[in-house]
Design a protein around this ligand. Structure first.
Ligand SMILES: C[S@@+](CC[C@H](N)C(=O)[O-])C[C@H]1O[C@@H](n2cnc3c(N)ncnc32)[C@H](O)[C@@H]1O
Length: 361
């Protein structure tokens, strides 16, 4: 059922249905915030190590026992935990989803990211009344750390092995053969795209570019921890201002064009960064071809991100983009043409929320 369900026409029934739906949505919203708190306090990791009482959980995490007990009971109420004789354990599946980083099943950072945005709801509302924005940097460290964590697992699992061969098979073959290939990771955030390629292909050398200083520090730390810092170097650079003085075989931008305040200048810089025969890949959100209010979950998800994070970000700093998360193929094609490309072609790569484009010169 959706709030606009055509099968509920009686006004009283329609109101009751909407009230019921909003009440359930509120419960889900509370769950998300409680998950974010448990994630921050290390509760899931501690319970993944072993089942615990409230006192044992508080002791293991250095937190207050009374709060720990309330959280444990709330989580048992939602079904993420099981309890027997006062000992709480993760329910099947909870460990993979909330306690174990490094795979695409680890969704804790997505919920954390939602919680960060929710904490700024008054800033977002204020921006919506005046038309001002709320920048990515304004959301703070929790936001860009969550973003880095959200994408790490899936990029490490699939970029080199699955998506790249489907998107640019010839370039992938060169990488797989150990050729020296220079890659630019644009708007790189935690730089997991570049790190994934460097880990998979010993001949790949990556330059990451991001406008945000603390994000650059995090990205270089990630490269260090992944042991590829000699081949993945990230620097602070505003690509909307000018293109770096370097040429690349692959210029890659993952999940960033839609929330850039100045997407066309950045795409223009990307065009200038390709060497002869080089390729430009843009991975961005899979907005439907056109707006259809059918409640389809992936589009609802994109609109949720857009209202809470990406449109406020895209509206910041005298924007010329104001795109939002729901970027459509026609928008990407228009941006590409405005940046001097001949167009943006969607590639045959499967993903629930992302679409892969090649931008051609
Ligand atoms: C949503 S994050 C995506 C990060 C990363 N690609 C990922 O997949 O996790 C978008 C990033 O684009 C960066 N960005 C926005 N405008 C930029 C610009 N003009 N030049 C360089 N980076 C920019 C932001 O600082 C932010 O880190």
């Amino acid at each position: 059922m959706t709030a606009t369900s055509p099968d509920v026409t009686d006004p009283t029934e329609a109101t009751a249905a909407v009230v019921e739906r909003l009440y359930l949505a509120m419960l889900d919203g509370m769950d998300v915030m409680a998950v974010a708190i448990g994630d921050r306090l290390g509760y899931y990791r501690a319970l993944d190590a072993e089942p615990r009482t409230a006192a044992a959980l508080a002791g293991a995490t250095g937190t207050h026992e009374r709060y720990a007990r309330e959280w444990l009971e709330q989580q048992a109420m939602t079904g993420y935990l099981r309890v027997s004789d006062g000992v709480f354990a993760l329910a099947p599946g909870t460990g993979e989803a909330l306690a174990r980083p490094g795979t695409s099943s680890w969704v804790a950072p997505m919920l954390r990211q939602f919680a960060v945005a929710a904490g700024h709801w008054t800033d977002i509302a204020a921006g919506a009344s005046t038309g001002s924005g709320f920048s990515w940097a304004g959301f703070g460290r929790d936001m860009f750390e969550s973003q880095s964590d959200v994408n790490a697992g899936q990029l490490l699992e699939s970029l080199a092995e699955t998506w790249l061969p489907a998107a640019v098979p010839d370039l992938h073959a060169r990488m797989a053969a150990g050729e020296q290939v220079r890659v630019a990771d644009v708007g790189c955030g935690g730089a997991w795209a570049g790190i994934a390629l460097a880990l998979a292909f010993p001949g790949v050398q990556v330059d990451g570019y991001d406008v945000d200083g603390p994000t650059v520090t995090l990205a270089n730390e990630n490269a260090e921890r992944a042991d590829v810092a000699d081949r993945v170097r990230v620097r602070q650079h505003n690509l909307a201002r000018h293109a770096p003085d370097a040429e690349y075989d692959l210029v890659l931008a993952v999940e960033c064009v839609h929330d850039m305040p100045h997407p066309v200048p950045v795409l223009t810089a990307m065009r200038r960064m390709i060497r002869n025969g080089g390729r430009v890949l843009v991975v961005d959100m899979k907005g439907a071809e056109e707006f259809v209010p059918d409640g389809e979950p992936s589009q609802r998800c994109l609109y949720g991100y857009s209202v809470l994070i990406c449109l406020p970000d895209a509206m910041s700093g005298n924007p010329d983009g104001a795109t939002g998360t729901v970027i459509r193929p026609s928008t990407m094609d228009r941006y590409a043409r405005d940046a001097g490309f001949t167009g943006a072609t969607a590639l045959p790569v499967e993903h629930d929320l992302w679409r892969f484009y090649e931008l051609t010169r």
